[in-house]
Ligand binder design. Structure first.
Ligand code: PMP
Length: 307
């Protein structure tokens, strides 16, 4: 996604001009990845712009800070308001929202505590070329030779910048091999997740997804889709998935703020099912979009109007 400059960025409590939101090259986070972030989406609905699962995202940001010991002086309510203020300041409808908490400029050295904690929120339009086609056709993915971080190495449950070195390696390798995305295995060889997506597989009508213990990020879209499946009477099991489950699935799909509900049409060159979006994937996708885009009732209170 190429960035198109917007009017304002929220920076340590103020809305500053886009070009003024700068960091010093000796900022701690740039050297040691001492930062956490969120990826949130706002949808254009018939009642105006609405942020999808705002509270859950802000809560996860705060938990990521806690895990990597970044003291966050803003409350989740303040950050939620700041997000809506930034969207309004940029006069955006559908958009992507990127809050970032990081150790800024002050001291250098791995021990982070002498550097200040800075917070920024950027919002910008999210335009994915051929979005509808992609959502109908799905992605060709490859299993990565890079494993997800082993427990006790890096905190997979925190959305911290350092984890994305692993994601970037996997997605770069996948693209070099001619795939559109990567699926990573955990340290024990079980399916974990994509570079920035959770994964689900469908076998004979049963939907399965790896558990939190398989080094995944606890995806917010993952939770929503599990809830939607329950609403629709579709069984979902959280269980360790051997890699072979990918090759024998009737359907597979990714979930994520960017991926939304994205079918997977092949894994390592083997078609998933008959290589087209499967019926369960399609039902979950339709239900997801109906709610996110404000075309159906929002029974779980996922939408926050920006106002
Ligand atoms: N896993 C990883 C590694 C991610 O970066 C993301 C995107 N935040 C996800 C899963 C999906 O999470 P969510 O549905 O909360 O966007």
């Amino acid at each position: 996604m190429k960035l198109t400059p917007q009017a304002k960025i929220w920076f340590n409590g103020e809305l500053v001009d886009w070009d003024k939101a700068q960091v010093h090259v000796l900022s701690h986070a740039l050297h040691y990845a001492s930062s956490v972030f969120e990826g949130i989406r706002a949808y254009a609905t018939p009642k105006g712009t609405a942020v999808f699962c705002l509270d859950a995202h802000v809560e996860r940001l705060s938990q990521s800070c806690r895990i990597i010991r970044l003291p966050l002086k803003w409350t989740t309510a303040q950050l939620g308001n700041a997000i809506c203020d930034t969207i309004r300041a940029n006069r955006l409808e559908a958009c992507y929202i990127r809050p970032l908490v990081y150790r800024g400029y002050g001291a250098l050295g791995v021990w982070p505590d002498e550097s200040p904690v800075d917070v920024a929120i950027g919002t910008f339009p999210w335009i994915r070329p051929n979005e509808d086609q992609l959502l109908a056709k799905g992605l060709a993915v490859g299993v990565s030779s890079w494993r997800r971080m082993a427990p006790g190495t890096l905190p997979a449950m925190a959305k911290c910048a350092g984890n994305y070195v692993n994601s970037a390696l996997a997605v770069s390798e996948a693209k070099d091999r001619g795939f559109q995305e990567a699926v990573l295995l955990d340290v024990d060889g079980y399916v974990s997740e994509g570079s920035g997506q959770n994964i689900f597989v469908v076998h004979r009508g049963v939907v399965s997804t790896p558990p939190i213990g398989s080094s995944i990020l606890a995806g917010i879209t993952r939770s929503c889709v599990m809830q939607l499946a329950k609403d629709l009477g579709i069984a979902v099991v959280e269980q360790r998935l051997p890699r072979e489950m990918l090759y024998t699935a009737d359907e597979a799909f990714f979930t994520g703020t960017v991926a939304e509900v994205m079918p997977i049409r092949s894994v390592d060159g083997l078609a998933v099912g008959d290589g087209a979006r499967g019926p369960i994937t399609q039902r979950l996708q339709e239900r997801f979009f109906a709610i996110a885009r404000g075309r159906a009732e929002d029974p779980h209170g996922w939408l926050t109007p920006v106002g």
